[in-house]
Design a protein around this ligand. Structure first.
Ligand SMILES: *Cc1c(COP(=O)(O)O)cnc(C)c1O
Length: 429
């Protein structure tokens, strides 16, 4: 008979058997065993209760164990949990598609569901290439993108990530060589730098015959450095794309569903992309689901001359995930989301402001539900993670960036706890 396993037994097995994101199998970073999660708190099997500053990689916007989303999934579970999407369809997917079209900018009219953010980016890139193919411009096969971007870990997605910031430079020779421009100058309100516009224009005018699309994370470059930039750049980039027959692709996987204070970051600008990727918070962080939305021009363009779009994942539009997404959107749209996130921005600002006085800190910046403390030097995740846990918070920094992206339902007191913990941990470093 098996004796009851202790927390340590489980962690030992984990260490032995399981790969975690971006970790070594021989020197894995410490892992913490979760027993339950409720609202904005994650409880470890050792009993510690951690205030969640991460929304589990920016997805769990309504908090954990949400009764509304739970119920939606349970109801769908009683009907069916999955059917293939080839030849079959279902109400959860149809309702979700309808809603997404309703809440995104008007030109976006068609939806392709897939399993993860990276895949939705692959889909977006394929759409762009296929579109130009049917339009008789088959040489348009490549993409322009700013450095410091992040679009996922699959191969085509990696090819448009920052080529040097460490995540993927190992693969450089195996990747399609895309065209890179500088990252947009930082500062939400920094006036437009005409030299930057000129750089993009030069790139477009030199290579437009090869360029299918321009892909960018609108307003915030996220995993590539938590950089905020002036949304006016997007207006100008849209005009340049039109001038040079280049499709504009927005990766809203991180920024979508309210994170920047607008439902979608594109709303900070006056324009709309041709293709838009969403994921992460789509299901309220319950299940993996993503979507690529596009306009009629691209969708019908691809479909000309008996064209079909060449993608179709096994778990496309999974009904449980679609039901979770429908419930999450209902919560999001019922609630006063913009006010809630505005409030959160204020709390983040006041809670993180004290960190500005620390020598180790280069800058503190906040936008919507994003709070960033940029340090002068990179932190060691190995050392710093247990310190945050000891402070009773769940925060996972990368490089020089200690940041917060909490669930929108977090309380003022909990944000203050997160801010204090960051201050304490930096000070003790
Ligand atoms: C997380 C992220 C992705 C990748 O999504 P996965 O679901 O992890 O594949 C792509 N783009 C952006 C902007 C992201 O933040």
């Amino acid at each position: 008979m098996q004796t009851k396993r202790t927390t340590q037994d489980y962690l030992d097995l984990d260490k032995q058997l399981l790969w975690h994101p971006y970790t070594s199998m021989s020197h894995p970073s410490p892992q913490f065993l979760v027993e339950k999660a409720e609202g904005c708190e994650i409880t470890l099997s050792t009993g510690e209760c951690l205030v969640d500053g991460m929304s589990s990689w920016w997805s769990v916007i309504h908090g954990y164990n949400n009764p509304t989303i739970n119920q939606a999934i349970e109801e769908q579970l009683k009907q069916f949990s999955h059917v293939m999407f080839g030849g079959l369809t279902h109400k959860p997917a149809i309702k979700l598609g309808e809603k997404l079209i309703e809440i995104t900018p008007e030109p976006l009219q068609r939806v392709f569901f897939s399993d993860s953010g990276s895949v939705s980016v692959e889909v977006a890139l394929k759409m762009a290439i296929q579109y130009w193919h049917t339009q008789g411009k088959a040489s348009k096969q490549f993409f322009v993108t700013p450095r410091s971007g992040y679009h996922g870990d699959t191969f085509a997605a990696m090819s448009v990530c920052d080529p040097e910031n460490g995540m993927h430079n190992l693969f450089t020779d195996a990747l399609t060589q895309q065209f890179f421009v500088s990252p947009p100058p930082t500062g939400l309100h920094t006036p437009i730098d005409e030299n930057y516009i000129a750089e993009i224009r030069d790139m477009f005018s030199q290579h437009h015959q090869k360029i299918a699309g321009f892909i960018i994370e609108p307003v915030v470059q996220n995993a590539g450095g938590m950089r905020f930039y002036n949304p006016d750049y997007l207006n100008t980039i849209r005009a340049l794309c039109d001038e040079f027959d280049i499709l504009l692709i927005f990766d809203e996987i991180a920024t979508g569903f309210g994170r920047t204070g607008k439902l979608f970051a594109t709303e900070h600008s006056q324009i709309c992309p041709d293709i838009m990727c969403i994921g992460k918070a789509l299901t309220g962080g319950y299940m993996t689901l993503a979507a690529t939305l596009t306009n009629d021009k691209v969708a019908l363009g691809i479909s000309e001359k008996d064209g079909v779009f060449m993608h179709g994942p096994t778990f496309m539009a999974n009904p449980l995930a679609c039901s979770a997404a429908n419930a999450s959107l209902k919560l999001l749209l019922e609630g006063a989301i913009t006010e809630q996130v505005k409030q959160l921005e204020l709390w983040l600002k006041t809670s993180l402001e004290p960190c500005e006085t620390l020598d180790q800190v280069k800058e503190v910046r906040c936008l919507g539900g994003i709070g960033v403390v940029e340090l002068k030097e990179a932190v060691s995740l190995h050392n710093i993670q247990p310190k945050f846990v000891a402070q009773g918070v769940w925060i996972r920094p990368f490089g020089k960036l200690i940041y917060l992206m909490p669930p929108y339902v977090i309380s003022k007191h909990q944000v203050e706890q997160l801010g204090k913990a960051i201050y304490q941990v930096i000070q003790d470093k």
